[in-house]
Design a protein around this ligand. Sequence first.
Ligand code: NAD
Length: 259
Amino acid sequence: MTVPRFADKVALVTGAGSGIGRATAIAFAKEGASVVLIDLARDGLDETRSLVEQANGSALALSADVTDEDAVQAAFAQAVAWKGAIHCAFNNAGITHATVDTADIPKSEFERVLKVNVLGVWLCMREELRHMIPRASGVIVNTGSVMSTHSCVTQGGYVASKAAVFGMTKNAAVEYGATGVRINAVAPGGIRTAMMSGIFENLTEEQRDQSVQQIADIHPMKRTGRPEEIADGVLFLCSDQATFITGAMLAVDGGWSAL
Ligand SMILES: NC(=O)c1ccc[n+]([C@@H]2O[C@H](COP(=O)([O-])OP(=O)(O)OC[C@H]3O[C@@H](n4cnc5c(N)ncnc54)[C@H](O)[C@@H]3O)[C@@H](O)[C@H]2O)c1
C-alpha cells in the first residue's frame, strides 16, 4: 500500500469555509493530512469540517478574522496545541471590492481589501515562520492571483493587494531560504467560487451567464477553473515533489498569465 503524501502532517488553511480554501482542505485530508480550518464564517467552517470528516479526515475548525492580530495568535496557539506542529500552511482568505475604476474606489473599500489580502496574509505568515523556522522545516503557500502580475479593469485595489502578496512571498522566501522553510504562491485564474458569484450579484441570470462566458473566454483554455484544480497546485507546492521550489508563483490559470 502506498503511504499518502501528507500522512502524519498537519496542514493549516485560511479561508477554509468556502471555495478554494475548502477544496484545498478536503484535498489535504484525502491525502492523509490533519487539517486546521480557519475562517470568519462559522457556517462555512462547519460545512467544511463535515466534508473533511466525510473524506475520513480529521479537522480542527477555528473561527478567526485574519486581520485581527490577537485572534490570529490565539488561533495559531490552538492549532499548534492540537497536534504539536503545523507542517504546511495555505494563507488563502481573501476578498475583492466593488467593480469600479480606480478613481471611484471608496477609501474604506481600498483599505478593507488591503487589510484582508495583505495584512491578513502577513499576520498568518508571521506566526507560521515563528513556528517553522526553529523546526527547520515547513512549507507556506500564499494565494496570489493572475492579478498579482496582470491588470484588471475595475479591480485596482484588489490588483494592488495581490501584487503585494507576490512581493511578500518572494521577500520571505529569500530571507528564509536557508532555514528549511519554503514559501511560494499559487496564482489562480478565474475560478467558479462564491467570490466570482459575488461580482455578478446584481445581474439577471442571462447577464450572469454572459459574464461568466466572457471571463471564460479570457483564458486561452476557454473555460473557468475549478477550486480543486487550485488545490492540486497547492498540494504540489507543499509536497516532496517541490523540495527545490521557493519564492515561486505557480500559475493555475488556463494560460491567462501567458497572454
Ligand atoms: N475565485 C477566483 O476567481 C480567484 C482568482 C484568483 C485568486 N483568488 C483568491 O483565492 C482566495 C480564495 O477565494 P475564493 O474564490 O475561494 O473565495 P470565497 O469567497 O469562496 O472564499 C474566501 C473565504 O475567505 C474567508 N474570509 C474572508 N475574509 C476573511 C477574514 N478577514 N478572516 C478569515 N476569513 C476570511 C471567507 O469567509 C470565505 O470563506 C482569495 O484570496 C482570492 O483572492 C480567487
